[in-house]
Design a protein around this ligand. Structure first.
Ligand code: PAF
Length: 274
C-alpha cells in the first residue's frame, strides 16, 4: 500500500490506475470500515482510502481533540484489506490556508442530526468535495450507518454533476446488534452492555410499521420513553422517507427509522431501513 500526504504526490500516483474507488475515513478503523474497503474492491481497479480527522465537521463542544488517532494500526488493517493507496494529508496539506469557501447543504443539514450538530454537514460536504477533488475517483463508498451523511453526499454529487458513483455500504453490527462505530470505544463496560437497546428499539419500530401500524409519533415516543427509562438522553427517534428524510406524507413509500441518543457521554446514532 502506498501512502501519500501531499495532494500532488497522490495525483501523480493515481495516473493510469484505471477505475478508482474511494473510501474516505477519519481513521480509528474497525470492521465496518474494512467492509467498505472490501465493497470498494468490487467496484473498480484501484481502491483509495483516506484518513483525515476533519476539524470543520466538529462543533466547539465535540470530540475533535480526543477523537482517537490510531494511524499505525489503521495502516496495517488497510494493507491487509488490500487497499492500494492511502491518502493521509496533514491539516496543512488539506487546509494550507484557512478554509473560507464552504459547500453549504440545503435544509437537510438542519434536520435530525443537523439540528443537534449545527454546521456538521457543511463541514462534511466541504471536506468530501475537497477530498473528491484530490482523489478524483470514479466511485466512492459511504456507510449507511451515517445515513444522513450518505444522503447529503449523494445530493451534492448529483447537483454538482460530479462524475462519481456514490455507493452506500451496509452497516456492520456486533453480535448483539450494536452498530460498529469509532465512538463505541468511549463506552464503559456497563454502557457497552446497555448499548444494543438502541438497535432493538429501532427493530421494534420497524416490525410495528411492517405489521401495519401507522401512528408513527406513538412508536417514536414509545422508543424515546424506553430509552429514557434505561438512562439514555435522546436527541431524536424518527421514521422518515428514505428519499429525502422528510416526514412521510403518504403510505407505501420506502421508510427508514433513525435515532441519536446519548449513553453517558457517548452519543450513538443508528438507523434501519424499513
Ligand atoms: O464518515 C466519516 O468518517 C467522515 O464524516 C468523512 C466522510 C470521512 C468526512 O470527514
Amino acid at each position: 500500500m502506498h501512502i501519500h500526504a501531499a495532494i500532488s504526490d497522490l495525483r501523480s500516483a493515481l495516473k493510469g490506475r484505471g477505475r478508482v474507488v474511494f473510501v474516505p475515513t477519519m481513521g480509528n478503523l474497525h470492521a465496518g470500515h474494512i467492509s467498505l474497503m472490501t465493497q470498494a474492491r468490487a467496484h473498480g481497479d484501484t481502491v483509495v482510502a483516506s484518513i483525515f480527522v476533519n476539524r470543520l465537521q466538529f462543533g466547539p463542544n465535540e470530540d475533535f481533540d480526543k477523537y482517537p488517532r490510531t494511524f499505525q494500526a489503521d495502516c496495517e488493517q488497510l494493507a491487509a484489506a488490500g487497499v492500494d493507496v492511502l491518502f493521509a494529508p496533514t491539516e496543512v496539506d488539506l487546509y494550507p490556508e484557512p478554509q473560507t469557501y464552504f459547500v453549504e447543504p440545503p435544509g437537510i443539514q438542519n434536520i435530525l442530526d443537523g439540528e443537534f450538530r449545527p454546521g456538521h454537514f457543511r463541514g462534511v460536504a466541504t471536506v468530501v468535495s475537497k477530498l473528491f477533488n484530490c482523489v478524483q475517483p470514479d466511485a466512492a463508498v459511504f456507510g449507511k450507518k451515517d445515513y444522513q451523511q450518505l444522503m447529503v453526499i449523494r445530493n451534492m454529487t448529483r447537483q454538482m454533476a460530479l462524475p462519481i458513483d456514490i455507493i452506500g455500504g451496509e452497516t456492520v453490527r456486533a453480535e448483539d446488534g450494536l452498530a460498529l462505530s469509532s465512538r463505541n470505544g468511549y463506552l464503559s463496560a456497563s454502557e457497552r452492555a446497555e448499548a444494543p437497546r438502541l438497535y432493538q428499539l429501532l427493530n421494534t419500530i420497524r416490525n410495528a410499521v411492517l405489521a401495519g401500524e401507522t401512528d408513527l409519533p406513538k412508536l417514536e415516543n414509545a422508543a424515546i420513553a424506553a430509552l429514557t427509562e434505561a438512562g439514555w438522553k435522546t436527541d431524536y427517534v424518527a421514521v422518515r422517507q428514505q428519499s429525502d428524510l422528510s416526514a412521510p406524507t403518504r403510505a407505501n413509500v420506502p421508510l427508514v427509522v433513525l435515532a441519536a441518543s446519548r449513553l453517558g457521554n457517548t452519543r450513538l446514532i443508528d438507523n434501519i431501513e424499513i
